[in-house]
Design a protein around this ligand. Sequence first.
Ligand code: MD3
Ligand code: FE
Length: 205
Amino acid sequence: SREEIAPGAVHVPGWLGLEEQRELVRACREWARAGMRSPKLPSGGVMSVRSVCLGWHWIPYRYSKTLEDGTPVTPFPDWLAELGRRALTAAFQRPADDYSPDVALVNFYDENAKMGMHQDKDERSEAPVISLSLGDEATFRFGNPRTRTKPYRDLTLFSGDLFVFGGPARFAYHGILRTTPGTAPDIGMKTGRLNITLRTSGLAP
Ligand code: MD3
Ligand code: FE
């Protein structure tokens, strides 16, 4: 099933099968091997999620400094771009051969982590953002492009769900209110939630 939550915002519950979810968890573990960062907030605090990015290594970027042990960030792999094209086709029901995401952000949520309402404006591209959820379910707030406040809609994101944010939804405010420990299927992570977002930087060399 697919549901258009707002123009350009499409939710495809359970898009990833269990085996694909397990493969993505394995990949995230590999990408995070040298550690994840707690990104800084504009206020000076640190975010409660831990993150690792793929790509962005060609330019100074707040998520792409090398990890604690000096390991450089992983380049964005071709197979992830291919997964992104399949995801876009499923969500928008049209071919997506021209979609070429080149960066990704992986966020890990422990049971206390959340993400405040924000817009994604680091990219210099209007291309859609693809979100894949793994592990514990989360309460996601999808807002509007004008204010952090109402109108918004709260939705539960389950392990395996696909969400695509394109067109007028691309610059909507959004956040994660909470996750629910103990709700993950058996995909190889004990606890917590992973979210992978595929993006087009618009800044690749
Ligand atoms: C709506 N991640 O990494 S995914 C982020 O679950 C981020 O980790 C959340 O917000 C997470 O920036 C939410 C859903 C999402 C991702 C990107 C979007 C919604 C979006 C970009 C534009 C509009
Ligand atoms: Fe975001």
